[in-house]
Design a protein around this ligand. Structure first.
Ligand SMILES: [Zn+2]
Length: 658
């Protein structure tokens, strides 16, 4: 079970689909050097041999790109990563201190979690034993008619779902309420296209995936012949599920994923799967209705439960159990998981050191426990006050939650790392399901305090800025306003614009899905967004791989809107403060510093495999196109750098959405 939200993030966290979040059994040593703090406006990053009117990104970031190769434990390296590495290091120092000498019960809890995770020898000694009870439950299943009983038990005991996700979600039509939701899931590859595309690259990746699944089965002790037969079962079932899945682009339309049904209607959709049993196992037996996001997919699940023989279904469940838990098992599992998900799919050269992975894992597991001490040290009240002043139009949340999550029911044992992971997963699963039928908690956060990211939630109509992003290069109270408006100012404008992008515009001001536009306005909006779809859809991220203009439309609209909003805010601030915008700092006018500050937030290098993966799955465009795409559509850019009409950064047919 995963946290479900329609929120739009500023960037896709790197761990979300690249397998970097794995926890491995290598060495348990700590960092060898302290990562340097990123600077806000980096003159040394600028490549003055590049022409800003031809390729602004090359100008703002050219030297940074040359001087910052991708570290071997990363698939992409940019300013976000620099800051995230620094935050992660500071967090590590807290965790290490708490593990060695805890001062409070909370420190004892997260210190033990971290120490257990760092215990290489214990993980290797345990091998696959932590998942044996779950595998035995699957092995003992002998009647397809009892699929609901088995799946209910697996979800209840281990928080492990198959085929689909079951959780809570904010009701699109009544944003104050949480409802139950069933959503498509169950694929081992990052997107349905990986199963369905017919090009050579996709075929090769599929063959490598089958090889990986086979290896994982052999690690569980199966013979090579058994393992190969089981992997064949897995790919057959997953390919059918992929065919029945709705695409990422279609899922962007809220109406496409909103089908509230009674339990009787759901039962009619999948007659042989006893939903009463499944729901009761999850303490939701009293549920009257549920949102079935993609009914077509559930028909496919029914067909698979009918058509596949029970051994094939068991192979599929066995695979998903070991896959889900692989990062927490012994070294052989960790390494094989890394080989496919990080190395093959995303081009990562080496597993990140264990201290980095255990720090990130502890943050994910107990983020609002760890975060309390982290913000006390790294995000003083003055920083929160300053940010509050920048944001008053929207409901906003700054830095960290007002009320911290209560982890008192989570048992953490220093000598049971895998058990800790399972208990936290189960805690989150129960916490999520317990929301069904209750009012939405407006104060809840979907990100931990040290996170370098931000998000907008259309249903709550609020913007969330974790403490982790409120520092250089995004925000620096020591620097001139132009740079701050180009950094955090554009981020704020970006999140505000999400309220009016292709998705956000379908929610009314109270956060409910409702068409509140005139037909005329809607038509104009569609014509304008169509321009952006074509523009970004032509940008290439790797040979033969372009961005998907429809998938990235919401984020591109937010980038374009953010750049306009923050520019206007900067100019009015300078006027109010009596600052002459043509006065130069470091040889640049305020407008030039604004655009360079904006561009430099997105300086990055990406491995080719990761660029291809992101183009298919990430709704955000690559850094280069977030910069060049946005400045091309904004007249003030050409004026600031004295570009002539018709140059690459000042095209005559620029797009305008807002
Ligand atoms: Zn965004």
């Amino acid at each position: 079970m995963i946290f479900k939200s329609v929120a739009t993030f500023l960037v896709l966290s790197s761990g979300m689909c690249l397998g970097q979040s794995s926890i491995a059994a290598d060495t348990a040593g700590g960092p060898t050097s302290v990562p340097k703090a990123p600077v806000s406006f980096d003159l040394s990053a600028i490549d003055k041999t590049a022409d800003p009117c031809t390729d602004f990104y090359a100008y703002a970031c050219g030297n940074w790109k040359k001087n910052n190769p991708i570290p071997s434990d990363q698939t992409r390296w940019g300013r976000f990563n620099e800051l995230a590495e620094r935050n992660n290091y500071l967090l590590y120092s807290d965790l290490k201190a708490a593990a060695d000498a805890p001062k409070t019960p909370l420190q004892k809890k997260y210190g033990d979690y971290f120490a257990a995770c760092m215990n290489v020898d214990l993980a290797d000694k345990l091998g696959a034993t932590p998942i044996e009870p779950a595998l035995k439950t699957i092995a003992a299943w002998n009647d397809k008619k009892t699929a609901a009983t088995l799946m209910g038990e697996m979800e209840q005991k281990y928080g492990q779902g198959f085929f689909f996700d079951f959780g809570s979600a904010q009701d699109q039509k009544d944003s104050t309420q949480q409802i139950g939701e069933l959503d498509q899931a169950g694929l081992g590859l990052p997107d349905r296209d990986y199963y369905l595309n017919d090009d050579e690259r996709s075929k090769t990746l599929r063959a490598q995936y089958v090889e990986h699944v086979t290896k994982m089965f052999t690690l569980l002790g199966d013979t090579p012949e058994q393992a190969a037969a089981e992997a064949k079962n897995v790919i057959t079932i997953e390919t059918a599920l992929a065919q029945g899945s709705m695409s990422r682009v279609d899922r962007r339309t809220p109406a496409n994923v909103y089908h509230v049904m009674t339990i009787a209607e759901l039962q009619a959709l999948t007659p042989d799967f006893d939903w009463k049993i499944f729901l009761t196992a999850n303490q939701q037996g009293r549920l009257k209705t549920v949102n079935v996001t993609t009914p077509g997919f559930f028909k496919t699940v029914k067909e698979q439960l009918d058509a596949a023989d029970i051994d094939a279904l068991k192979s599929y469940m066995r695979w998903h159990t070991v896959h889900r838990f692989a990062p927490n098992l012994s070294n052989a599992f960790v390494q094989e998981n890394f080989n496919f998900y990080a190395a093959t799919l995303a081009g990562q050269k080496e597993l990140a050191p264990r201290w980095k992975r255990c720090t990130a894992a502890t943050d994910r597991a107990l983020g609002e426990a760890v975060g309390q001490d982290w913000v006390a040290k790294n995000f003083p009240p003055a920083a929160k006050d300053n940010m509050q002043k920048l944001l008053d139009a929207f409901r906003d949340k700054i830095g960290y939650p007002e009320r911290w999550r209560d982890y008192s029911s989570v048992v953490v044992k220093r000598d049971d790392p895998a058990g800790n992971v399972q208990r936290v997963a189960l805690f989150n699963d129960r916490r999520n399901l317990n929301k069904i039928g209750k009012p939405v908690d407006e104060k809840e956060w979907a990100m931990t305090p040290p996170t370098v990211n931000a998000y907008y939630s259309p249903a709550k109509n609020d913007i969330n800025f974790p403490a982790g992003i409120l520092q250089p290069p995004f925000y620096d109270f020591k620097i001139d306003p132009a740079v701050n408006f180009g950094g955090i100012g554009v981020v704020i404008g970006h999140e505000m614009t999400h309220g009016f992008d292709d998705q956000g515009s379908q929610y009314d001001p109270t956060g409910n899905v409702r068409s509140w536009w005139t037909a005329e306005d809607k038509k104009k909006f569609d014509e304008r967004t169509d321009c952006e779809v074509k523009e970004y859809g032509a940008f290439e991220v790797a040979p033969g791989q372009t961005l998907n203009g429809k998938l990235t439309l919401g984020e591109n609209t937010a980038d374009n809107g953010g750049l306009h909003i923050a520019y206007a805010a900067l100019m009015s601030t300078l006027a109010k403060q009596g600052i002459d915008p043509s006065a130069k700092v470091d040889g640049y006018t305020a407008a030039q510093r604004y655009f360079i500050g904006f561009g430099q937030v997105w300086c990055e290098n990406t491995r080719e495999q990761a660029a291809r993966l992101r183009a298919r799955t990430d709704p955000h465009s690559a850094g280069m196109w977030r910069v060049n795409g946005s400045v091309q559509n904004f007249d003030e850019f050409g004026k600031a750098f004295g570009c002539k009409a018709g140059q690459p950064m000042t095209p005559v047919n620029a797009c305008r959405v807002w």
